[in-house]
Write a protein that binds this ligand. Structure first.
Ligand code: NAD
Ligand code: ZN
Length: 316
């Protein structure tokens, strides 16, 4: 009954869902029961029983997420040092495909080949035209609710560091200040020999002028500052290991946790939570696991924490 009532409002307000979850008899307090009944009557003629079952399942899932979000809020509040580890899944809601899910870039073998050291070294014409174009599709996107919430959590001192595998720069753009981009970025390029940095646009400019591969003043080849398979990890990866060791809480958002050595970082944290659409190899080690969209879950978390702030009710 409580489940059905919650649906009548179709509220995405996490505080409201949380309150109805806590209430032992929410139906008494529900002032929308008429809408609720009419919704049920409307659905029944089409599929007797089935519509009701779907509704209940939907709300059971929603309530389960809400209670996990409450746990997440409490864990964030009590943790002394929180690290968030993000992957491509945090940016799919900004329109950038991930690698491994059903619509991911990895399903396209051309992408795998294009974004490789072999192509960069042995087929520079292919890399600097098609590969660069593919990287270019990840640029110019806008941060989504997940990035923005993580930036807000940092401002609220509930998150200390974001470690990201993403190269799209959307954490920085959304206002996160402490971000370790362990697979590089699409803002800069650098010379393979002298390491001199130039803006990423230098590469496209050089290609337009027919200079492939683009060269530095020293004669060295200039390449994107992105870590491809076979590349060494950048110095900020050591920092990522240190903060992961220091963290008493790590929240993983939108990563399949299958790319080494990043995939080992969750094992360093003392407590783990995971928000990912699909199961990951670390699910059994996490105290909180939410298989849902990052934007949806983090928005609920933000609204829940704001609701606690506004009502003055303690988070735990
Ligand atoms: P991955 O593709 O291996 O895994 C992404 C995971 O995110 C999947 O398990 C998927 O189920 C989940 N996911 C997709 N959309 C989601 C959403 N809206 N909410 C929650 N989860 C969602 O990505 P990975 O683990 O980051 O590793 C792949 C490598 O791909 C990284 O090295 C990264 O550099 C690179 N990459 C980066 C970008 C980017 O910068 N945006 C895009 C593609 C790939
Ligand atoms: Zn150089």
């Amino acid at each position: 009954m409580r489940v059905t009532c919650t649906d009548s409002s179709d509220s995405s307000d996490p505080a409201e869902s949380a309150r109805s979850d806590e209430s032992s008899d929410a139906s008494d307090k529900c002032d929308k029961s008429i809408e609720c009944k009419s919704l049920m009557n409307f659905a029944e003629p089409d599929a007797p029983g089935a519509a009701q079952q779907r509704l209940v399942t939907k709300w059971e899932e929603r309530i389960a997420v809400t209670s996990a979000v409450k746990d997440l809020a409490q864990t964030l509040k009590h943790a002394k040092y929180t690290v968030v580890l993000t992957g491509a899944g945090v940016s799919t809601e900004s329109g950038i495909p991930d690698f491994r899910s059903s619509r991911g870039l990895w399903r396209n073998m051309d992408a795998v080949r294009l974004l490789s050291l072999e192509t960069l070294y042995y087929q520079p014409e292919v890399f600097y035209t098609k590969g660069l174009e593919l990287l270019g599709t990840m640029r110019g996107k806008k941060p989504n609710a997940a990035h923005k919430t993580l930036a807000w959590l940092e401002q609220r001192t509930l998150v200390d560091t974001v470690i990201t595998q993403n190269i799209d720069g959307l954490h920085n753009e959304s206002g996160s200040n402490r971000v370790l981009e362990i697979h590089g970025n699409l803002r800069t390029s650098s010379c393979r020999d002298c390491r001199r940095e130039t803006p990423f646009e230098f590469l496209a400019d050089a290609v337009k002028e027919g200079i492939v591969p683009p060269k530095c003043r020293c004669g060295g080849i200039v390449r994107p500052n992105v870590v491809f398979f076979g590349d060494p990890m950048p110095p900020c990866f050591d920092e990522a290991v240190q903060v992961a060791q220091k963290a008493d809480f790590m929240l993983v958002v939108g990563s399949s946790l299958q790319v080494a050595p990043v995939a080992h970082l969750p094992s360093l944290a003392k407590q783990l939570a995971i928000i990912n659409l699909e199961p990951t190899p670390y699910d059994s080690e996490a105290s909180i696991v939410i298989h849902d969209r990052a934007g949806t879950v983090l928005t609920r978390l933000l609204e829940y924490i704001k609701a606690q702030d506004n009502t003055g009710i303690s988070m735990g």
